[in-house]
Write a protein that binds this ligand. Structure first.
Ligand code: IP8
Length: 250
């Protein structure tokens, strides 16, 4: 039973300050994941390690070789911290950098060599991926968000749990988390569901929802929950609906 867990960059970093890790939160998140580590693929957001340099170099609108390098080395550093914290918590894990194993076409994943991820799962190793820069065969510089990775991996691995942790209690409407949302309901709510509090080049809450609604169309429900609240990660990994369930329109 594969479980895909995403932890947003807003939990692990201060999104308004470049390269600002929240070490205490990284340690807590690692401890919670360590309570249910079996068959988990972890994806983490880029936070201030990725979004601030990406914005500075105008990625993905402009092709900047330096921007690609600086942004990738930022997110790879954050990934290393997450891997280190997980190892300290007793989880066998390995980093998987999307830049080196996938290609985009107009910003969407076109080819993804996922066999190493499957082998890691088979061998009891947790793959740790992250939002990253990526090469795009359309010739542009591009960014692949953790949310796009989650939706893609959930589909190809036929995940049974898909949980996306952010720093809010789910999809908020008039300040309250919705228990469930479908594509139809999102249309009716219009712009009331929005972006992100910090610097975000990949679309905030709306970007997240659109990825997960595509997944729901394929019959895979997912969860957006608050990973900043102690205990929620463990509950989400057990399949509890501790936030907003993203489902298919009936
Ligand atoms: O934080 C964005 O990934 P996300 C990746 O999951 C970069 O949206 C490099 C900004």
């Amino acid at each position: 039973m594969t479980r895909i867990l995403k932890i947003g960059g807003s939990i692990l970093t201060d999104k308004n300050q470049e390269l600002a890790a929240r070490q205490g939160e990284i340690t807590r998140v690692a401890r919670e994941i360590a309570s249910h580590p079996e068959d988990v693929v972890l994806v983490h957001g880029a936070g201030s390690f990725g979004h601030i340099p990406a914005k500075k170099y105008r990625l993905p609108q402009e092709f900047s070789r330096q921007g690609l390098r600086v942004t990738h080395s930022g997110v790879a550093r954050l990934c290393e911290m997450v891997v280190e914290a997980l190892s300290q918590a007793g989880v066998d894990c390995l980093p998987v950098h999307p830049l080196s194993c996938l290609l985009l076409l107009d910003g969407r994943i076109d080819r993804f060599f996922i066999e190493p991820i499957k082998e890691m799962l088979e061998g009891g190793i947790m793959p740790v991926l992250h939002g990253d820069v990526a090469m795009d065969v359309a010739g542009k510089a591009a960014i692949v968000s953790g949310d796009q990775l989650v939706a893609y991996l959930a589909k190809v691995l036929q995940a049974e749990v898909v949980a996306v942790g952010s720093n809010v209690d789910g999809v908020l409407f008039s300040g309250r988390p919705l228990p469930r949302i479908t594509r139809e309901e999102l249309k009716q709510m219009g712009s009331a569901i929005g972006g992100s509090a910090g610097v975000d080049v990949t679309g905030g809450m709306r970007g997240k929802l659109l990825e997960l609604l595509d997944l729901a169309d394929l019959g895979i429900d997912s969860l957006i929950f608050n990973a900043g609240k102690e205990g929620n990660i463990a509950r989400a990994l057990k399949g509890e609906w501790v936030g907003t369930r993203i489902g298919r329109t009936n």
